[in-house]
Design a protein around this ligand. Structure first.
Ligand SMILES: [Mg+2]
Length: 370
C-alpha cells in the first residue's frame, strides 16, 4: 500500500442521552475519524476514540489531530506499507499517543483487508461468526432508573450486565440488582475511582459473585492491584492499566489481574491487541474487548477483535442506536435477539461508511494528498 490521500476529521456525534462515568458526563461524543486512500483507489477508515479532555487517558481530540497531522501522516509519505503492523516500526520514535496511532492503524487494516478482498476478522485470525455483547451502564445514581436500564438490557438480549461504580454508588446498586434479577452475569467497573483504603468495599462486593471487578485502583498502577487481588476472591480485570504487552507481562508476574479488558484503541491498535491476546492465551488468562463509546467505525474494529479465540467473556459492544442519534455506517450495528452481533463477511470492516452523515456533524476536516 502506498498512501496518497488522508482525511482527519473531528467528528461531533450527538448522543441520545447523557453518559456518565466517574470521569464526568458527556452529551456529545467528540472523536477523530481517519480516512486513508491508496494509489490504486482503495480507501480505509479508522477512528481514534479520544475524549474532549485527558480523562480516560492523556490523549484528547486536539492531541490526536496534532500527532496524526504532524507526525504520523508525514511518516506514511512515500512509503510502501506491506502490512498494517509495519506502521509500528514507522512510528517507533513517537512515544505514547496510542489512540492516535490506533486510529491510523485501523484505517490501514481496513484498506489492507479490502485490497485482499477479505473480511478483516479473518485476516487477524478471528474464528467466530458471531460475537457476544454485554451492556455497560453508566453511574446513574438513581436506583429505579438503574433497575429499568438493567431490565431493558436483559430484554434486548445482552449477555451480561456491567455497571459503573464510584465511591458511594457501589455495594447498594449491586445488592439491589442481585435481589431483583438473581444470578445474572454481572460485573462492575470502577474506572480507577478507589484506593486500597477501600478494601472493605471490595470485601463487601466479594459476596455478590461478580464475574469481575474492573480497574478498581489507580489507572497507572499494577502493584496495588496485586495487593488487592490477594485480598479478594473476585477476579480483578484491568483496563486502563494495560496499555501494551509490557504492562500485561508485568501485571501477570505481579498477580495484578485475572482478566484483561483489551480496548484495541487504548493499546495502539490491532497489532498490540493481537500481542496481548496471544500472551493471555498462552497463560490461560481470559480476555474480552472493551469499548470507548466508539462510533460505528471504531465498533467495527471491536467486533473484528472480538472474534479472536481467547475472548472468553461478553464484550462491551453496544448497539449504535443506544448512544447515537445517527449511525455513520450502513448497515448500522444491530444486536441480534440472542445478544450477539453477526460478524460481517464483506471485505475490510464489512460496513459502508456514510460520509454524508460524517460531513453533517464534522467540526473540522483536514485533507491531504501526496
Ligand atoms: Mg473499563
Amino acid at each position: 500500500m502506498r498512501i496518497s490521500e488522508v482525511k482527519i476529521i473531528h467528528y461531533r456525534a450527538p448522543l441520545r442521552e447523557a453518559f456518565t462515568t466517574s470521569f464526568g458526563t458527556m452529551k456529545v461524543r467528540d472523536t477523530v475519524l481517519i480516512m486513508l486512500g491508496d494509489e490504486e483507489g482503495y480507501t480505509g477508515w479508522g477512528e481514534a476514540p479520544v475524549d474532549n479532555g485527558p480523562w480516560y487517558n492523556p490523549e484528547t481530540v486536539a492531541t490526536a489531530i496534532h500527532v496524526i497531522k504532524d507526525y504520523i501522516v508525514p511518516a506514511l509519505r512515500n512509503k510502501e506499507i506491506r502490512h498494517p503492523c509495519v506502521l509500528r516500526g514507522l512510528l517507533s520514535r513517537i512515544r505514547g499517543h496510542n489512540m492516535a496511532k490506533a486510529g491510523v492503524e485501523f484505517a490501514l487494516w481496513d484498506l489492507y483487508a479490502k485490497k485482499l478482498g477479505k473480511p478483516l476478522y479473518k485476516i487477524i485470525g478471528g474464528v467466530r461468526k458471531r460475537v457476544e455483547a454485554g451492556l455497560s451502564i453508566g453511574v446513574i445514581g438513581d436506583m429505579e432508573r438503574l433497575l429499568k436500564s438493567v431490565a431493558a438490557g436483559l430484554e434486548k438480549g445482552y449477555r451480561r450486565i456491567k455497571i459503573k461504580i464510584k465511591p458511594g454508588w457501589d455495594v447498594l446498586p449491586v445488592k439491589t440488582i442481585r435481589r431483583e434479577y438473581g444470578d445474572i452475569p454481572l460485573q462492575v467497573d470502577a474506572n480507577a475511582a478507589y484506593t486500597l483504603h477501600d478494601l472493605p468495599v471490595f470485601r463487601e462486593l466479594d459476596k455478590f459473585d461478580l464475574l469481575m471487578i474492573e480497574q478498581p485502583l489507580h489507572y497507572d498502577d499494577l502493584y496495588m492491584h496485586s495487593i488487592l487481588q490477594q485480598n479478594i476472591d473476585t477476579p480483578i480485570c484491568l483496563d486502563e492499566s494495560i496499555e501494551n504487552i509490557y504492562d500485561a507481562l508485568a501485571g501477570y508476574k505481579l498477580g495484578s489481574y485475572r482478566v484483561i479488558n483489551i480496548k484495541p484503541a487504548r493499546v495502539g491498535g490491532l497489532c498490540e491487541t493481537l500481542a496481548i491476546h496471544w500472551f493471555a492465551y498462552q497463560h490461560n488468562i481470559p480476555v474480552w474487548i472493551g469499548g470507548l463509546l466508539e462510533t460505528g467505525i471504531g465498533r467495527a474494529f471491536q467486533i473484528a477483535a472480538a472474534t479472536l479465540p481467547n475472548i472468553r467473556y461478553p464484550n462491551d459492544i453496544s448497539e449504535s442506536s443506544r448512544f447515537y442519534v445517527e449511525e455513520i455506517v450502513e448497515p448500522p450495528w444491530k444486536l441480534s435477539s440472542d445478544g450477539t452481533y453477526i460478524v460481517p463477511e464483506k471485505p475490510g470492516i464489512g460496513v459502508e461508511v456514510r460520509e454524508d452523515i460524517i460531513i453533517k456533524h464534522a467540526e473540522k476536516v483536514l485533507s491531504y494528498s501526496f
